[in-house]
Design a protein around this ligand. Structure first.
Ligand SMILES: Cc1ncc(C[n+]2csc(CCOP(=O)(O)OP(=O)(O)O)c2C)c(N)n1
Length: 683
């Protein structure tokens, strides 16, 4: 077995302008200098110092050079002028340029498994050092391999990569602590139904039960209930066969994590002859790409229900991405004139600008009479969705075992989502439902008017930046400015801030928005998620095809940032052009519940006015500190420009205040969620 060629390495960033006007960059540079001067004055520095710091930064550019200096964090004081800049080791460039090794029999167990990963199209590996044989065997196959600072964050990265692409990603950690660091992330991926392949080394089979040595953990039971399939490999001769077990699960039905443990006897097993791995070469021999097709009778019943409905709605979720069913979805919606709302771990499979999009029309949903749920893998219970009690439900799902769980069905269609939508589109009569579509449009207008009102109110709070201002400025910049509205992939994380940004940001093409916390509701994965999204976009994998190399946005809260902030270093070392927006309200969003609890309140508070931008700078990113509403848009523009010019991350630290969550003091306060649709958070 031979494998030759260049590594599928990280493309050097190219200089790209997002604006159409050639004057735009100059204007931005002037803005930058003004802002820096203002900030320097406020912080007691001189304008000259500040300008010097900026000029040093402005000339950095030159992305792609080996040992590139990243040190915008260099302070202006004379003593610190001597501090060496942050650099990317030259080994990174050498690694990119190195040819892939030739791999042939005899092969190790790790190499055989890695070969299967390559054949099966695993698109990326996210890891920390550990499980060395497997990690390096996968890297040697040319599968882009990213390492970061915490196994949990990198596992989150794999999850987000799957959500952004619809493809399988692997993640790996060392036995014991590295693996257990991933548990929260595996659980989050399980709730989001992401096909992550979790790999970990594990105690040797020989030393079983002895507690000999370090990093001893009985790993498989720890993923009980949060995986689709798992196995501690214990039969060296069958190492390759378990790749088949793993990929049968990852590539069929409803995806979920698969967890494999590799004791040393497995990773280092020796395969001397191709005959040792029998039908391993040909994946069509151990699994099929065939998909379940819908029962024609079920289609007839669904057609009948939809045809006679007055106010039908389609809820489009994860399965539409994984089965690449967005064209079929659109065809059905347009033919039968049915509004579509998105609810899932990723959005954009139905474009927000379409006249049938009910994504920003939450108040219309209550009057739906028939709801078609397609690919809604994590199913809400009755009452969690906004639909009225009399709504009737049709559900399309690839697994019969899930149909009818949580929500009573009138018609269950066990099928691949695309096959079922195509069948429905072919069978439905062409219909027009002008009154209902007008009702949805009116609800959309009302929702947008409410958002505009929140923004105006937010602008009135001038001593800090209100979340409505962040949401609106982000949307104006990403969707209504010089950038094509569908260009930038967004990791919509955070907790309280997400309840605002979700109102303003829209998805215009498949997986343009990745919903961060989703059903597991973990605070903190966001910078890990951003690594995964940035990797997906860099190579234009799966649903990100056509958007290669463009900047990505990551949104998080200050509580959330704390969990995975070290991954700013990961973004920086791989020169990912990510703009991280941190909603810095000096507190966990939970503080409001303890407002009158004098003793308990500090549990929910941080030090105030923390400089996450400087933390970013210290890790190789560009930093922006935004303290007033009018600074938000210029800061975003500068950060985006840094992403374009230098392919480098930014941390935009937006100073808010915790009291923004108190409606009496700062209306509209902490917002409720509206399910499903723009506020879709848990489903
Ligand atoms: C890992 C984890 N820990 C704790 C919680 C409970 N929790 C839910 S929201 C929240 C506060 C989040 O604060 P922050 O990220 O600062 O967001 P904010 O609401 O302030 O924007 C907490 C602690 C959780 N969901 N996940």
């Amino acid at each position: 077995m031979r494998s030759r060629g260049r590594r599928h390495h990280d493309a050097s960033p190219s200089h790209r302008e997002y604006g159409t006007s050639t004057a735009a960059p100059k204007a931005r540079v002037e803005d930058l200098m003004k802002a820096k001067t203002r900030n320097a004055k406020r912080s007691g520095g001189t304008a000259t110092e500040s300008r010097r710091a900026f000029m040093r930064q402005a000339v950095l550019g030159g992305a792609g050079a080996t040992a590139a200096a990243l040190g915008t964090g260099r302070a202006a004081s004379a003593a610190e002028e001597d501090v060496k800049p942050i650099t990317i080791p030259s080994e990174f460039e050498k690694a990119k340029a190195a040819p892939l090794p030739e791999i042939d029999f005899p092969m190790s167990g790790a190499q055989v498994f890695a070969r299967a990963c390559k054949e099966e199209g695993v698109k990326a590996l996210f890891c920390c050092p550990g499980n060395y044989d497997v990690v390096h065997a996968i890297g040697d196959m040319g599968i882009p391999t990213y390492s970061g600072r915490h196994e949990g964050s990198l596992c989150h990265a794999a999850d987000a990569f799957c959500r952004a692409t619809g493809e399988v990603a692997a993640t790996s950690g060392t036995e014991g602590p590295g693996f257990t660091d991933m548990i929260c992330a595996i659980s989050a991926a399980n709730s989001a139904r992401s096909p992550i392949l979790v790999l970990a080394s594990n105690k040797t089979i020989f030393a079983e039960d002895t507690e000999q040595g370090i990093q001893d953990q009985n790993q498989q039971p720890l993923t009980e209930g949060i995986k689709k399939y798992g196995k501690r490999l214990i039969t060296p001769a069958r190492t390759w066969e378990y790749a088949g077990y793993a990929f049968r699960q990852l590539k069929s039905g409803v995806p979920k994590p698969v967890h494999l443990d590799f004791p040393a006897e497995i990773a280092r097993a020796r395969f001397t002859d191709p005959i040792d791995v029998e039908y391993f070469y040909d994946k069509t021999k151990y699994r099929t790409d065939a998909r379940p097709h819908p029962d024609p009778q079920a289609i007839d019943r669904a057609v009948e229900l939809l045809r006679s409905a007055e106010r039908p709605v389609i809820v489009s979720s994860n399965g539409v991405l994984y089965s690449k069913a967005w064209d079929a979805l659109r065809k059905l919606a347009e033919r039968a004139h049915i509004p579509v709302v998105e609810s899932g771990a990723m959005k954009g499979q139905f474009p927000a600008e379409h006249e049938l999009s009910a994504d920003a029309a939450p108040m219309a949903l209550m009057s739906a009479d028939v709801v078609l749920l397609v690919g809604q893998y994590c199913m809400p219970t009755l009452g969690e969705f906004a639909f009225g009690p009399d709504a009737r439900y049709i559900r399309i799902d690839p697994g019969a075992e899930d149909i009818g769980r949580n929500l009573p069905i009138d018609v269950g269609i066990v099928s691949d989502e695309r096959a079922a939508l195509e069948a429905l589109a072919a069978a439905m009569p062409r219909q027009r439902r002008e009154a209902w579509v007008a009702e949805v449009a009116a609800a959309r207008e009302a929702f947008e008017a409410e958002n505009e009102e929140y923004y105006r109110t937010g602008l009135g709070y001038t001593d800090a930046v209100h979340p409505a201002v962040i949401g609106k400025e982000l949307a104006d910049f990403l969707h209504h400015g010089d950038l094509p509205a569908d260009r930038t992939t967004i990791l919509q994380g955070g907790y309280g801030i997400a309840r605002y940004t979700r109102r303003y940001l829209r998805a215009h093409r498949p997986a343009q928005i990745i919903n961060g916390a989703y059903q597991y509701g973990a605070i903190g994965p966001d910078i890990g998620y951003t690594v995964g999204v940035a990797a997906a976009v860099r190579h234009g994998v799966g649903a990100q095809a056509g958007f290669e190399g463009h900047p990505v946005i990551g949104i998080t809260g200050d509580g959330g940032f704390g969990y995975t902030a070290m991954e700013v270093e990961t973004l920086s070392k791989y020169r990912f052009p990510a703009v991280i927006v941190v909603y810095n309200n000096n507190a966990w969003g939970t503080w409001t519940g303890q407002r009158n609890n004098t003793i308990g309140l500090p549990v929910h508070l941080f030090q105030e006015n923390l400089r996450y931008d400087k933390l970013g700078e210290a890790l190789g990113a560009h930093g922006e500190y935004v303290t007033r509403p009018d600074e938000m848009r210029p800061a975003l523009e500068r950060a985006y420009q840094v992403a374009l010019d230098e392919s480098r991350p930014s941390v935009v630290n937006v100073q808010a205040k915790k009291e923004f969550w108190v409606r009496d003091q700062y209306p509209p306060g902490f917002l409720g969620k509206i399910e499903p649709g723009v506020m879709s958070y848990y489903h």
